[in-house]
Design a protein around this ligand. Structure first.
Ligand code: DGY
Length: 325
């Protein structure tokens, strides 16, 4: 019997590919850059399974134009790039990777928080540019992390993991969004209104999914409510923040700094005014990028895909409605 055909939209860690190889006929996109949308649509049109990344737009047209498709598996926890409604309407389960990247992402969010608070990337540029002439009593002064208030938008798995790290720095943790009150209590996080979290946080870290409700949540109005000494950290999705407003906020001192692992769009255009600012740290969406974590995510994505091809319930399904729930 012939094997099911699968399109993998980039070379992913062997931990995932090795699981797939014995069971499927693989078509792997070999380039560093993703396939363009038309290519993605054409390649998806003839396969039984699609293993995609967060940079692939899996919209209704693609889903409807792929008659053989039995399963979509994304190598990410976020699935805002996939038209979940269209997949569910077609009875296609969508796999994702919750839990696998929680700790690595929380580590990175905290690294960004520290980098922005203590101006580490700016200091590094200062040294390399030969500007370090002497010990300066007011040189590159930053913000205290220890004892500060951390606001978390979205106290889910990753938000909670960041809050646990904050305890080691004796931070007060407040949050908006997130339904697990027991978990919040266990880590000593206090629920607040969005307005209070904006107004009281010294550091505001975003951990919500991108949905119609959270798109542009951190806009000019929100940024104006923050303290002038505060720092925004985004490891969620770029579009949760209005970048034009963020630029104005950083330039005009509404807030002291920002550290972004995610931007809108990605990659950030080289002419983005944010790149001209010293008080904005920007990384290329690498919060989950440790060898062990990326291997784990690839394995989970492969397991979801194989389950879907076998007609079994996906271990981690983003649209359980497809199973009537
Ligand atoms: C995800 O899995 O959604 C992350 O953004 C990838 O790092």
């Amino acid at each position: 019997m012939s094997q099911p055909k699968v399109f993998v939209t980039r070379v992913i860690p062997d931990a995932g590919l090795d699981l797939l190889r014995p069971h499927v006929e693989l078509d792997i996109w070999p380039d560093e850059l993703p396939p363009d949308y038309e290519t993605l649509r054409a390649r998806s049109a003839t396969v039984d399974g699609l293993l995609c990344l967060l940079s692939d737009r899996i919209d209704a047209a693609l889903i409807e134009g792929s008659p053989r498709l039995k399963v979509i598996s994304t190598m990410a926890v976020g699935f805002d790039n996939i038209d979940i409604q269209a997949a569910t309407a077609r009875g296609i389960p969508v796999g994702h990777t919750p839990g696998a990247l929680t700790e690595a992402t929380a580590d990175f969010a905290f690294a960004l928080l520290m980098a922005a608070a203590r101006r580490i990337t700016e200091a590094e540029r200062y040294v390399r540019a030969g500007r370090w002439k002497t010990w300066g009593p007011m040189l590159l002064m930053g913000q205290d992390v220890y004892g500060a208030t951390l606001g978390i938008i979205g106290l889910g798995r990753i938000g909670q993991a960041v809050a646990r790290r904050a305890r080691g720095f004796d931070m007060r943790v407040i949050y908006y969004g997130g339904s697990d009150e027991d978990a919040a209590r266990a880590i000593g996080a206090e629920r607040r209104s969005l307005e209070d979290v904006l107004a009281e946080s010294d550091f505001l870290s975003l951990h919500c999914p991108l949905t119609p409700e959270t798109r542009g949540l951190i806009n000019a109005d929100a940024l104006r409510r923050m303290k002038p000494t505060s720092i925004l950290i985004n490891t969620a999705r770029g579009a949760v923040v209005d970048h034009a407003a963020l630029y104005q906020a950083l330039r005009d001192g509404w807030i002291a700094g920002a550290a972004l692992d995610v931007t809108d769009p990605e990659p950030i255009p080289l002419d983005s005014p944010l790149l001209t600012l010293d008080n904005c740290v920007i990384a290329p969406h690498i919060a989950s990028s440790t060898e062990r974590t990326r291997a784990r995510i690839a394995r989970m994505a492969a397991e979801n895909l194989l389950a879907g091809l076998r007609g079994e319930r996906l271990p981690h399904c983003a649209n359980p409605a497809v199973y009537g729930q």
